[in-house]
Ligand binder design. Structure first.
Ligand code: ZN
Length: 469
C-alpha cells in the first residue's frame, strides 16, 4: 500500500484527516482573517491596517533607520496603496531574499472624474469598472463607497459610507423581468453595458431658500450634502480615488462553516496569510520580504503596481543599510537574482457546476490546500512566467518535509481563457518565482468563496517557505 502511494499522486480533501486541535486553529485563523477583510475593502485600507498591525509588533518605517541588522523589522508604504515589509535575516544578502508577494487591489467600480449627474429626479454616480468583472453581477446588490478625495488646498477627505448598520447603501438598478424580453436576448457581456453601471446616490430636491429654481435640484441636494459633510465641491471629484464595493461583510458558508464568502478574497486571502507568515519571523536565516502590491487587476502598472521601481528601491535600501550605506548596482542585481519568491495570488478551484472549462486532472479543488501553479497565461502559455523544475522540486521538497499539503493545477482547460499575476514582472529580475495561492470559487465576483482549510494551510505553507527556502 505504501509503495502504491508513492507511485500515484494523491491530493485529498484536507477536512477528512484534520485533527481536533488543528481544526480549531484553522477556524480561529479564519475568524481573524474575516475581521481583517471586513475592515480592508480597498488597497488603501489594507495597507493602513497592515502598517498599524506591523507597528504594533515592532516594525519601523525604513526611512527612520540608519542601519539594519539581523532581527530588524522594517516597512515602506508605496504611495499608501502598496506596502513592502522586511525582517532582516542572519545570512548575508548575497544569498538572496525570500519573498512573498501578493496584491491588495480587487475588482470594483471606480468613480469617473466627473461622476455626478441627475436624471428624472434621481442622482447618480457614473463609474468606470476596475479589473475583470461580469458587469451584471454588480446590479441590485448593496454597495458601499470607500476612498479619498482632495480639495485644492491639499487636504485629504476620507469617505466611507455603507458599512455601518445604520448607514445608507448605494445601488445599481436592473430591469424588471416583466419588461426584460429584449434585454434577456443579449449576451451576458452585453446586457449591462459598462456605461450603464451608474449608482443611485439620491432622490430629494434641494429646497433651500433662493435655490428652489436650481436647474438640477436633486443634484444640488447631493452637492450641498457633500459640501456640508466633507467640504468638497463637484470639481474636487477629479482628485477622487473613490471605490464602489459590495457593502456585505464576509460570512461563513454552509451548515458546517467550511467556507467563507466575502468581497476581495482575490487577493487578500493570500495577502493576509503572507503578512501573518512575515509577522511570525523574529530572526530568520534569510531576509524575508512581504510585498503587497496595487494595480495587479489592471496589469500592475502605475507607481504603486508591481512594475514600479519603488519596490526595488526598498530592497536596494535594505542592501545599503545592512552594509556601509552605499549600493553597488551589480551586487544588487545579483542579490535579487539569487532571491526566491512565491507569487501569492489566488487561482480558480474546480467547480463541478462549470466543469466544462476545467481539466479535472489539472485542476485545484476546494479544501485540498495551496495551489502551486507553474504558469498561468493564455493561448499557448502566452504572457506568463514559468517556474523551473528544480525550483518546483525545492519547494515541494520543503512542503513535504514540513507536512504541508499542496496541490497543483492550471487556470482552466487549454484555450478556455487565461490570466496573469505579478510573477512575470518579478521573474525578469532573474529570481525564481512560482504562483502559489488559495483556490477560489466565483473569482472576481462581488462576493467570492474560499475554503477555510485552504486559507489555513496556505498560511503554514508561506511560513514554511520563508523559513526554509
Ligand atoms: Zn489576483
Amino acid at each position: 500500500m505504501a509503495k502504491e502511494k508513492k507511485l500515484f499522486a494523491e491530493y485529498n480533501n484536507l477536512y477528512k484527516d484534520i485533527g481536533k486541535d488543528e481544526l480549531e486553529a484553522c477556524m480561529n485563523f479564519a475568524e481573524e482573517y474575516k475581521t481583517f477583510l471586513d475592515i480592508s475593502k480597498t488597497e488603501r485600507e489594507f495597507v493602513k491596517n497592515a502598517i498599524e498591525a506591523a507597528e504594533d509588533i515592532g516594525f519601523k518605517d525604513i526611512s527612520k533607520k540608519k542601519s539594519l541588522k539581523a532581527g530588524d523589522k522594517v516597512y515602506q508604504s508605496i504611495k499608501d496603496k502598496g506596502l513592502v515589509l522586511a525582517v532582516v535575516g542572519k545570512r548575508p544578502l548575497t544569498d538572496g531574499f525570500n519573498i512573498l508577494g501578493a496584491h491588495v487591489d480587487s475588482p470594483r467600480l471606480d468613480l469617473k472624474p466627473n461622476p455626478i449627474y441627475e436624471d428624472t429626479e434621481a442622482v447618480y454616480f457614473k463609474t468606470h469598472y476596475y479589473g475583470g468583472i461580469k458587469k451584471y453581477q454588480w446590479t441590485t446588490i448593496p454597495l458601499a463607497i470607500h476612498g479619498v478625495i482632495y480639495t485644492t488646498d491639499g487636504v485629504k477627505h476620507e469617505i466611507t459610507v455603507g458599512e455601518k448598520e445604520d448607514d445608507p447603501i448605494f445601488y445599481i438598478t436592473d430591469l424588471l423581468p416583466h419588461l426584460g424580453n429584449e434585454q434577456m436576448k443579449k449576451t451576458a457581456n452585453e446586457f449591462i453595458p459598462g456605461e450603464d453601471l451608474n449608482v443611485v446616490i439620491g432622490g430629494m430636491p434641494l429646497k433651500a431658500k433662493g435655490k428652489e429654481n436650481e436647474k438640477e435640484p436633486y443634484k444640488a441636494f447631493i452637492l450641498k450634502y457633500l459640501n456640508d459633510n466633507y467640504g468638497i465641491c463637484e470639481k474636487d471629484f477629479v482628485t477622487g480615488e473613490l471605490e464602489i464595493v459590495p457593502a456585505a461583510k464576509a460570512r461563513d458558508v454552509g451548515f458546517d462553516r467550511a467556507f467563507i464568502a466575502g468581497y476581495g478574497h482575490d487577493d487578500r486571502v493570500c495577502a493576509y496569510p503572507a503578512l501573518m507568515a512575515t509577522f511570525a519571523q523574529e530572526k530568520p536565516n534569510k531576509t524575508c520580504i512581504c510585498m503587497l502590491t496595487d494595480k495587479e487587476e489592471i496589469g500592475s502598472y502605475a507607481n504603486s503596481g508591481a512594475q514600479s521601481v519603488l519596490y526595488e528601491n526598498f530592497l536596494m535600501e535594505i542592501l545599503a543599510k545592512t552594509g556601509d550605506g552605499s549600493v553597488d548596482i551589480l551586487k544588487f542585481r545579483k542579490v535579487i537574482a539569487a532571491s526566491k519568491m512565491l507569487s501569492t495570488d489566488v487561482s480558480n478551484a474546480y467547480d463541478p457546476k462549470y466543469s466544462s472549462v476545467s481539466d479535472p486532472k489539472n485542476s485545484a479543488y476546494m479544501s485540498h490546500g495551496l495551489k502551486l501553479e507553474k504558469y498561468v497565461g493564455a493561448r499557448g502559455k502566452s504572457g506568463t512566467n514559468e517556474a523551473t523544475g528544480d525550483f518546483v522540486a525545492e519547494i515541494t521538497g520543503i512542503f513535504e518535509k514540513n507536512s504541508i499539503p499542496w496541490q497543483t493545477g492550471e487556470l482552466g482547460k487549454v484555450d478556455a481563457g487565461g490570466g496573469g499575476t505579478i510573477s512575470a514582472y518579478m521573474a525578469k529580475f532573474g529570481m525564481s518565482v512560482i504562483d502559489a495561492g488559495v483556490p477560489v470559487w466565483s473569482m472576481h465576483a462581488p462576493y467570492e468563496m474560499i475554503s477555510k482549510i485552504d486559507l489555513y494551510y496556505t498560511y503554514l505553507a508561506y511560513k514554511a517557505f520563508i523559513e526554509n527556502i
